[in-house]
Write a protein that binds this ligand. Sequence first.
Ligand code: SF4
Length: 60
Amino acid sequence: MFNESKPNHNIHCSVKACEFHCGDENYCSLNSIQVASHEKHPTDERCVDCRSFACKGGEC
Ligand code: SF4
C-alpha cells in the first residue's frame, strides 16, 4: 500500500515524521486515511487527527 514515489494529490499533509509522507512533497502516499477526533465534542481542526499515522523508521 505504501509507495513514497506516488503521492496522493487528494491528501495534503505536512507531517514529515510520518512513514507515509512523501518527503519534499506535502502529500500522503496512502490511497485513503482514517481521520478521527480525540475530543468528545470537536470544535475546530485541532481536535482531529490522522489515525493512519505511523512513525517514520522508528524515529519518533
Ligand atoms: S498517514 Fe496521515 S499523517 Fe501520515 S502522511 Fe498520510 S495523512 Fe499524513
